[in-house]
Design a protein around this ligand. Structure first.
Ligand code: ZN
Length: 418
């Protein structure tokens, strides 16, 4: 399929397609009726030689993507624990002055604002999914329903002034109007405000073969270089970063809307920038190798699952995440190889994985079917899920860890020590 004509961030025509994953369904569009084949859309990546941004070629309709988003942040205990850490890290960079409020973009069910509210800090969330906004409000988190951009930011600021801090976790890479979104961050944070952006780091995607993080919602795959260039163009200046325990390789980049002195840039940020330049994450050749190894991973994972099937083992999956959708579709794994997927989110139960149509059920139901092997599809929560399998279900069978590459089968004892 054809690549994108112009870079979605800098507008350059120097973009080259390097990875075609074929037609894929929307990764969060879980299916009610497995007898109907769901629509697929092109899924391929290009590299911009001008700003080194890795990006999707095809933009799916954002209304279709987000209005019925079923991922609820607080279903993961790892996410709830991280929300506390995140709050402390952000407050540590805010300085001693009091007052003002903290604004979260794409605040989901309010999990990441609650720690601020508990510390007496005023908050506002913005999220486009009406059903999840209602849940957040019912839970006491002030939340506004809408798609964030410069216009919404101006409206918020007109009502209550600029925020002391604005944060956006795993949302910037998902928005089609990237420049309008960043312009909105600048407006919302006013002069001298703090901006924290969490994003799945392209260098980690490259080095650990996270091709399963490629799906239609995820339009941009930022390095520090490509993100800094975008932020600078809108008057936002990075000065520090932290590694996030979520998503197996995300960064939180802290910036201000006033230009920092070179001495204010942290040693950690400088070290990451230097390592990134060495890694090839800003070079097309490294991404072409990434595509090639992803095809090798597909062969290796299929060989593992086919060996389980030949041995007569019952195989189930754990974690019906968006990322699992890409992997299952890219590898053409259906109910013949993975009989069911366990997921803790009740909103996903009795639905089927997009296109591959594997039934999604409560973990209790899936584990009651006495599986021999569990594939940890949400492998970025590997330790948490292995702990649940051991403690809640007394599972002693085989575990398949699909990523990092190469995929591996192991016993529970080994899995407990990963
Ligand atoms: Zn570009």
């Amino acid at each position: 399929m054809a690549g994108i004509a112009n870079c979605r961030v800098c507008g350059s025509a120097q973009v080259e397609q390097f990875f075609d994953l074929g037609g894929q369904p929307l990764a969060n569009a879980l299916v009610r009726d497995a007898s109907v084949s769901d629509p697929v859309y092109p899924l391929s990546l290009s590299f911009c030689r001008e700003c080194s941004l890795v990006q999707l070629d095809h933009t799916a309709d954002p209304g279709e993507l987000f209005s019925h988003y079923v991922w609820v942040t607080s279903t993961s205990s790892t996410a709830r624990a991280y929300a506390e850490d995140f709050c402390e890290r952000l407050l540590a960079r805010l300085g001693p002055e009091q007052g003002g409020y903290v604004l979260e973009i794409a605040s989901n069910d309010g999990t990441f604002l609650k720690p601020f509210l508990r510390r007496g800090v005023d908050c506002l969330g913005v999220d486009p999914a009406a059903n999840i906004v209602d849940m957040a409000k019912a839970d006491g988190v002030p939340t506004r329903c809408g798609f964030f951009g410069a216009e919404l930011a101006q409206d918020v600021v007109a009502g209550r002034g600029p925020a002391r801090a604005v944060f956006a976790r795993n949302v910037l890479p998902h928005v089609a109007g990237t420049n309008d979104f960043v312009a909105g961050l600048k407006v919302a944070a006013g002069a001298g405000g703090l901006v924290a952006i969490e994003f799945h780091y392209a260098k980690t995607i490259l080095e650990e073969l996270h091709y399963d993080s490629i799906y239609h919602e995820h339009l941009c795959y930022f390095t520090l270089k490509s993100l800094t260039r975008l932020l600078n163009a809108h008057g936002i200046f990075p000065f520090d970063l932290e590694e996030s325990p979520i998503s197996g390789g995300s960064l939180v980049l802290f910036s201000r809307t006033s230009p920092p002195l070179e001495s204010e840039k942290s040693a950690r940020l400088k070290a990451f920038e230097a390592a990134e330049e060495q890694s090839g994450a800003n070079d097309l050749a490294a991404w072409q190798r990434f595509a090639q190894v992803s095809f090798e991973h597909r062969g290796a994972l299929l060989a593992l699952l086919e060996a389980e099937a030949r041995a007569g083992r019952r195989v189930v999956g754990y974690g019906a995440s968006a990322r699992s959708s890409t992997m299952l579709n890219f590898c053409s794994v259906g109910p013949g190889l993975i009989a069911a997927i366990a997921d803790q989110n009740p909103m996903k139960h009795d639905l089927f994985s997009p296109s591959t149509h594997i039934p999604i059920q409560a973990p209790e139901l899936v584990m009651a079917s006495k599986p021999d092997t569990v594939v940890i599809l949400a492998w970025n929560f590997f330790a948490e899920i292995v702990g649940i399998l051991r403690q809640r279900f007394g599972f002693t069978g085989r575990i398949i860890m699909p990523l990092p590459h190469p995929p591996r089968a192991m016993g529970m004892e080994e899995a407990s020590n990963v």
